[in-house]
Design a protein around this ligand. Structure first.
Ligand code: CAA
Length: 390
């Protein structure tokens, strides 16, 4: 259903809504300006002078200020294989920290929703890292004291579009289970993708300048009950998933003894941007993209945002929220789009705007990931009392 069909059917169809949002980051901070020195030191690579200079250049061009991580200096120094380029280094840091960080974001989302955790009926959990049975979803149920009857769905190794995938699943679950309340948790801890530099693996080096840890959570329900204090921040009107043809080599990651080993192709940003116009038109043809639409675009890298803005002819302020998330956190994989959603809601409330979507009614959320896969969600932000929205 596009925005025009929604208007035609008078908003009568049951549409999933985001009723609460929460985010969390771990305690350690890596300032981007000093990261090249730290990274080459911790990986014993200071002899690679030219590569270090190139890495410093890439770090500067990311426009990232800092990233939050669960890997303390002590952890990295006592587990040197994690920081080596090519040593067996699957580690157990994520077993505990992925559910803990996810639960921290979920507690805030549930508090924001304003209802007790025992009213959660479904859990959709997503992480690119880790791999446990029972899974991170099971741990989140324990940490939050959710009902043991919570219907869980655990998604591992989806990648950066996983946030969009989780939201799309939550939409279907909420719309097909009247009264259901779906908790979505995306939690990323990048210790399995962290590794030292290698002169012949530039895609790795780019990723080391980008990725950071964060969790984002939302509560989704299709029939909010105002009398219970529930209010809609964003409706998820429609959702699409698309593979961009002939781009499967652009972002590739494989689980190996060394952890999750990935490559990022030089043309990722160009190929993502080239697909955008047709994806936007599929979701909404009739709107003015600058004046009438808010944009939550996965901040996968500075070049991705630059090219999306250029291709769609957007004003740069339309992706200011996405750039800010990137500046403060880097690319936090699946949790990025929820981080951006929360930042937009917070800024809209601060500015006293009439909707959580920068005062606008219609918006688009885009998640990009391996495949290349694009998750597109058409959002509608109803008028709300911003004093109650945060
Ligand atoms: C699909 C998804 O979106 C899912 C994800 O989130 S996965 C992560 C996706 N993100 C990316 O792939 C990163 C996108 N790229 C960027 O944001 C920018 O290219 C950047 C910030 C990394 C660098 O900025 P830039 O303006 O392109 O700088 P530029 O001077 O052209 O490049 C710096 C150097 O890095 C090299 N480089 C950049 N990206 C590279 C890549 N993916 N592979 C190999 N080399 C790369 C360039 O060739 C250049 O090297 P030389 O100086 O030897 O020519």
């Amino acid at each position: 259903m596009g925005s025009q069909e929604y208007i035609k059917q008078g908003g009568q169809q049951l549409v999933a809504a985001i009723l609460g949002i929460g985010t969390a980051v771990p305690p350690y901070v890596l300032p981007q300006s000093s990261f090249p020195d730290y990274y080459f030191d911790i990986s014993n690579s200071n002899h690679l002078l030219d590569l270090k200079a190139k890495f410093a250049d890439i770090c500067e061009k990311t426009m990232i200020d800092k990233r939050h991580v669960h890997m303390s200096d002590e952890f990295l120094r006592s587990n040197p294989s994690v920081a080596a380029y090519n040593s067996p280094s699957i580690n157990n840091l994520t077993d505990v920290t992925v559910p803990q960080l996810g639960a921290a974001a979920a507690r805030l989302a549930i508090a924001d929703w304003g209802r007790p955790a025992c009213e959660i009926t479904h859990l959709v959990m997503c992480t690119t890292v880790s791999g446990c049975m029972p899974g991170a979803d099971f741990e989140v149920v324990k940490l939050l004291g959710l009902p043991l009857t919570t219907k869980r769905c655990m998604m591992y190794h989806i990648g950066c579009h996983g946030g969009g995938t989780a939201l799309r699943l939550a939409k279907d679950l909420a719309e097909n289970n009247p009264g259901g309340r779906v908790l979505v948790v995306c939690s990323e801890v990048v210790s399995m993708v962290f590794r030292g530099p290698c002169e012949s693996h530039m895609g790795n080096l780019v990723g080391q300048a980008l990725f950071g840890d964060a969790a984002g959570a939302v509560v989704v329900g299709a029939d909010p009950v105002e009398a219970n204090g529930e209010r809609t921040l964003f409706e998820m009107v429609s959702a699409w998933q698309d593979i961009i043809p002939e781009t499967e080599e652009m972002v590739v990651a494989k689980l190996r003894e060394e952890g999750l080993v990935y490559n990022l192709h030089r043309d990722v940003a160009a190929r993502v941007a080239a697909s955008m116009e047709s994806l936007v038109k599929k979701a909404m043809v009739e709107k003015d993209w600058n004046e009438e639409v808010f944009w939550l675009v996965h901040p996968g890298g500075r070049d991705i945002l630059d090219r999306v803005v250029l291709t769609l002819g957007l004003r740069d302020d339309k992706v200011a929220v996405c750039r800010e998330v990137m500046r403060q956190h880097g690319n936090t994989l699946s949790s990025c789009v929820i981080m951006a959603m929360e930042e937009m809601r917070r800024r809209s409330a601060e500015r006293g705007l009439s909707t959580a979507g920068e005062g606008l009614e219609w918006g688009l959320l885009f998640g990009f990931g391996p495949g290349l896969t694009v998750e597109t969600i058409l959002l509608r932000a109803p008028p709300c009392n911003q004093a109650q929205a945060v």
